[in-house]
Design a protein around this ligand. Structure first.
Ligand code: AMP
Length: 313
């Protein structure tokens, strides 16, 4: 990986309380921007735009800084950090939000630093679509804009969300969000409809079932990396997006082949993240470990032509 362009990510930096069938943790480092930036930090320069409160532990700041993540756009404000509390079902496929305390995040209205406006890659993590657009409008001319959202915005701010979608390149959402956004139960039809609204690429996250990618002329499908021990799926979606965008920024390409590899990288990063609570495992990787799992995954997902002949797709 030689060409390196930075990423700016705007989104939540949180303290999470999580319960899964394998245990629970209180007030661990979380947030969409956090998971995204840790995953992306292995591939490119990352700057976070976000806000934390006076209670945000210094050790979390240190951890992010050690990974080289630029925190000059992370404000510290009076009050408490955004808090999210959630619980997972026995099979970990469904998550119930038990509590959301916006705290300092409620008044969040980012004004980008001059140095951040000319960054090439932008990721708008799950926040109010009005805020997503306000950040996007402050950027000079990003090469690629990625975006996430959630059911709350689909249901309560649909018109604004559609305006945001018209301005982005890459939408990364889960299957339920895809169906709800498109008003269409079939994922393929739903994807076509969403693509017609603006995003050139739609990546659908399907938890333990993997991911699907759609653009105007191709589809790509991959499973999740098979793991025997999954302790906490929190942040899987954001570390997936971080790996995906991080890789795209690192290679400076968006052709079909680059996107396929980027989705595999995203899957690999998410698989590391779910091995323990919080971003511990994700934050403590080496690049060779990432490459190694990527290659293992390539073997797992490989299949030959039906004739057995060496083939090219
Ligand atoms: P993921 O598991 O990738 O979907 O993302 C989980 C992360 O999203 C957690 O670390 C939470 O702190 C964060 N989060 C949960 N709810 C919200 C929300 N309403 N807005 C922004 N971030 C949120």
């Amino acid at each position: 990986l030689e060409i390196t362009m930075g990423i700016l990510v705007v989104g939540s930096v949180a303290l999470d309380s999580v319960k899964t069938p394998f245990g629970s943790r209180d007030d661990v480092l979380g947030g969409a921007a956090t998971y995204f930036s840790i995953a992306a930090s292995y591939f490119t320069d990352v700057s976070i735009v976000g806000v934390v409160g006076e209670d945000f532990p210094e050790k979390h700041v240190t951890l992010l800084q050690k990974l080289g993540i630029d925190l000059s756009g992370m404000e510290r404000q009076k009050g408490n950090t955004f808090r999210w509390k959630g619980e997972y079902s026995f099979d970990m496929n469904t998550r119930t939000t038990l509590d959301t305390q916006l705290n300092v995040f409620a008044e969040f209205s980012p004004k980008l630093l001059p140095a951040h406006r000319s960054i090439d890659y932008l990721f708008l993590a799950n926040i109010d679509p009005d805020l997503q657009r306000s950040v996007l409008e402050q950027m000079k001319r990003p090469r690629l804009v990625g975006c996430d959202t959630m059911n709350y915005w689909i249901e309560n701010k649909r018109a604004s969300l559609l305006k945001t979608l018209a301005m982005i390149d890459l939408l990364v959402i889960n299957d339920a969000e895809t169906r709800e956004l498109a008003g269409e139960p079939n994922l393929i039809k739903a994807a076509r409809r969403i693509i017609s609204w603006g995003p050139k690429i739609l990546v659908i996250k399907r938890g333990e079932y993997g991911a699907l990618m759609f653009n105007s002329d191709s589809i790509f499908v991959i499973p999740a990396f098979p793991l025997e021990e999954v302790l906490d799926p929190t942040g899987a979606g954001d570390s997936f997006a971080g790996g995906l965008m991080g890789y795209l920024a690192a290679v400076g390409a968006t052709d079909d082949s680059a996107i396929r590899k980027a989705i595999v990288v995203g899957t690999v990063m998410a698989s590391f993240n779910v091995m323990d609570f919080g971003p511990k495992v994700l934050a403590d990787l080496t690049y060779p470990e990432i490459e190694d799992r990527y290659r293992q995954f390539r073997k797992i997902a490989f299949f030959e032509d039906i004739t057995g002949k060496v083939d090219r797709v």
